[in-house]
Ligand binder design. Structure first.
Ligand code: COA
Length: 270
C-alpha cells in the first residue's frame, strides 16, 4: 500500500477515544517507540526482555494516558492512494490543567511517537503545536521524555523559544503536580536546577541538570549518540539510565477564553 500526502492532523477529545483508535495508537507505539535496555530485566524481576520492543496494549494506554476527561489525543495521518484508508503515522497523548501561578492552563504531553519512516519532517512539532492550540489560555507546556528530539519538537511547538533552566526550576514540579499524571506524579525529580542530585554518586561530568527518575529502562544507546552530537548547544544535561529528561516551556495558544483575566475561564475542554 502506498501513502500520499498531505499529512492531516486531528485533535480527538477524551469522550471520542474509542478502542479502535487506541488499537492503532498501540500498534504505532509497539512498532516505533523503542526497545528495553540491558538493565530492564534486572529492574523488573525478569518480566522485561532486553532488546525486545517496549509495548503498550489499549488497556494500559487507557490506564496511563487517559486517566481523566482532560486527556486528549492528537493524531497525524496519511491517506493511502489505492484504498480509501488513513494510516496513523504519529500521535501525541496530552492532558491539561488550570495553572494558577501563570494565570492560565498547562498542557502536558504524556506520550509522543512518530513512525520511523516519517521522522524529521516536523510531524512531532506539528502534533505538539496542535496540542497547545487545542486548549484555551495555554501559558506553559511540558513533557518528560528520554528523546532529545522530543524536547526539540516541544521547543519548535512553543515558537522556538530558547530553553530557560530557571523557568524549568520554577515551574516543572508544580505543573507535574497540577496535571496529576499517574506515572510521573510520584517519581523523583533530580538535577542541579532543582538542587537534587541522584542518591547514587555519579561521575562529576554526568551530573544531571533536569531529569525525572521514572525507572523506565528503555535503551538509550541511540539517544546518547544524539546527545553527544548536539552536546555544544544542549542545556538539559546528561540522560541517566532509568531516567528521562524534563522540560517545561512558556507558550501561548491561539485560543483565548472569552472571560477577562479576573473571571473564571469557561469551556476549555478540547
Ligand atoms: C522523538 C520523535 C517523536 C521526533 O519526531 P519527528 O517527527 O522526527 O520530530 P520533528 O521532525 O518534529 O523534529 C523536531 C526537531 O528535532 C530535531 N531533529 C529531529 N530529527 C533530527 C535528525 N535526524 N537530525 C537532527 N535533528 C533532528 C530537530 O531540531 C527538529 O527540528 P527542525 O527540523 O526544525 O530542526 C521521534 O523520533 C520518535 O517517535 N521517537 C521514538 C519515540 C520517543 O522517544 N518518543 C518520545 C517519548 S515521550
Amino acid at each position: 500500500m502506498t501513502f500520499v500526502g498531505p499529512i492531516s492532523y486531528t485533535c480527538i477529545s477524551y469522550s471520542f477515544l474509542t478502542d479502535r483508535i487506541l488499537e492503532k495508537c498501540s500498534a504505532l507505539f509497539n512498532n516505533n517507540y523503542g526497545i528495553w535496555a540491558n538493565d530492564a530485566p534486572l529492574h523488573s524481576n525478569n518480566a522485561l526482555k532486553a532488546g525486545s520492543r517496549v509495548k503498550l496494549g489499549i488497556k494500559r494506554l487507557r490506564e496511563f494516558l487517559l486517566f481523566n476527561d482532560h486527556c486528549f489525543l492528537v493524531v497525524a495521518e496519511i491517506r493511502s492512494s489505492d484504498i480509501d484508508q488513513f494510516e496513523l503515522i504519529g500521535h501525541a497523548f496530552c492532558t491539561y490543567a488550570k495553572y494558577d501561578p501563570l494565570n492560565g492552563n498547562a498542557v502536558w504531553i504524556t506520550q509522543l511517537v512518530v513512525d520511523s519512516s516519517y521522522r524529521r519532517r516536523g510531524v512531532a512539532g506539528t502534533l505538539l503545536s496542535m496540542a497547545t492550540n487545542n486548549v484555551e489560555d495555554v501559558v506553559i507546556a511540558g513533557l518528560v521524555s528520554s528523546h532529545p528530539y522530543a524536547i526539540m519538537s516541544l521547543c519548535n511547538a512553543c515558537n522556538r523559544i530558547p530553553i530557560n533552566l530557571k523557568f524549568i526550576a520554577d515551574h516543572a514540579e508544580n505543573v507535574i503536580r497540577v496535571c496529576n499524571i499517574p506515572y510521573v506524579s510520584h517519581t523523583q525529580i533530580v538535577g542541579s536546577i532543582f538542587d537534587k542530585q541522584p542518591p547514587l554518586a555519579v561521575d562529576i561530568n554526568q551530573q544531571p541538570i533536569s531529569l525525572v527518575n521514572t525507572d523506565f529502562f528503555v535503551d538509550h544507546k541511540e539517544l546518547l549518540v544524539i546527545l553527544k552530537t548536539i552536546s555544544k548547544k544542549w542545556l538539559l544535561g546528561p540522560l541517566l539510565d532509568g531516567h528521562e529528561l524534563l522540560i517545561v516551556l512558556p507558550t501561548t495558544s491561539v485560543r483565548h477564553s472569552r472571560t477577562t483575566s479576573n473571571g473564571s475561564s469557561c469551556n476549555i475542554s478540547p
